[in-house]
Design a protein around this ligand. Structure first.
Ligand code: AMP
Length: 293
């Protein structure tokens, strides 16, 4: 499928044309039901006519992108996401545009948003949480190996594939990095101390965010949540980590979270070590797929 989506039909005889990428247009797709609405446009399920491959087509309005000055961010997102190939990272097959819109051709995540699942169940079982955390750790190890840090891991940016596998979906804040960065971005609750304090940061920001996510899976809310932003900032800076008595969570899970939410970036549990942690080994489904029941 990847080849069918990516390479241009060989209309021209020259070898140059054969290696050229296909130029997509709207007429290559049958558009189906809307999947959702984002800040800058709409997402539809669509079928690529030649291959019958089902995709998600994200339609963004150029005027809104311009107005919010996010064209640069979108370009970066497309550039990064289109080069990543991992079962837990949503594929970006390609893009095209017309006068008013930009269209992103995305892998279709049949089971929708993780955020909604979390809202429905309030919190997840240890088995489900560990399976998700392990699959995200593997995806982040892959990204970091390519010098890509995500910087915005949170439930809203995760989708669920047809087999129940988690997919990192939004690379809007990700960055290709060979040096340490100082830009402030991401959602407050998931920001590590070094980003709250606008200090330099590196790939270990994703370990912190994965720790926050693990906590939210198990307890139903992020650990440093507060009514006022200033209190969240303070709690993050002080790593004011508390484990409520309800719901009951195993000591092993709390141990893992405590090893990820560490202020000193060099002391955060490396992701490959996370995969060997007893809580992950005992709870995560080795297939990386969460099956209910
Ligand atoms: P977004 O603009 O990325 O926030 O997308 C808006 C909504 O469309 C999301 O909240 C999802 O419910 C849905 N959606 C976006 N991308 C996909 C996809 N690849 N597969 C399935 N649903 C999607």
């Amino acid at each position: 499928m990847a080849t069918a989506m990516e390479t241009r039909p060989q209309q021209k005889a020259s070898s140059e044309a054969a290696t050229e990428k296909k130029r997509w247009t709207l007429s290559d797709f049958d558009i189906g039901k809307p999947l959702g609405r984002g800040k800058f446009g709409h997402v539809y399920v669509a079928k690529e006519k030649r291959s019958n491959h089902v995709v998600a087509l994200k339609v963004l309005f150029k005027s809104q992108l311009k107005q919010s000055q996010v064209e640069h961010q979108l370009r970066r997102e497309v550039e990064i996401q289109s080069h990543l190939r991992h079962p837990n990272i949503l594929r970006l097959y390609g893009y095209f545009y017309d006068q008013q819109r930009v269209y992103l051709i995305l892998e279709y995540a049949a089971k929708g948003e993780l955020y909604k699942e979390l809202q429905k169940f309030k919190c997840f079982t240890e088995r489900r949480s560990a399976t998700y955390v392990a699959s995200l750790a593997r995806a982040l190890i892959y990204c970091h190996g390519k010098h890509v840090i995500h910087r915005d891991i949170k439930p809203e940016n995760l989708l669920i594939g047809s087999q129940g596998e988690l997919k990192i979906a939004d690379f809007g804040w990700s960055v290709h990095t060979f040096s340490r960065r100082r830009t402030m971005c991401g959602t407050l609750d998931y920001l590590p101390p070094e980003m709250v304090e606008s200090l330099e940061h590196d790939a270990s920001v994703d370990i912190w965010s994965l720790g926050i996510l693990c906590y939210e899976f198990l307890y139903g809310a992020p650990p440093f949540e507060a009514e006022e932003h200033s209190d969240t900032y303070r709690r993050i800076r002080q790593v004011d980590l508390k484990f409520p008595s309800k719901p009951v969570v195993s000591a092993a899970a709390k141990d893992l979270i405590s090893q990820m939410l560490v202020k000193d970036t060099s002391k955060r549990l490396p992701l490959h070590k996370l995969l060997e942690h007893p809580w992950i080994v005992q709870n995560a489904d080795p297939s990386g797929v969460y099956r209910s029941g």
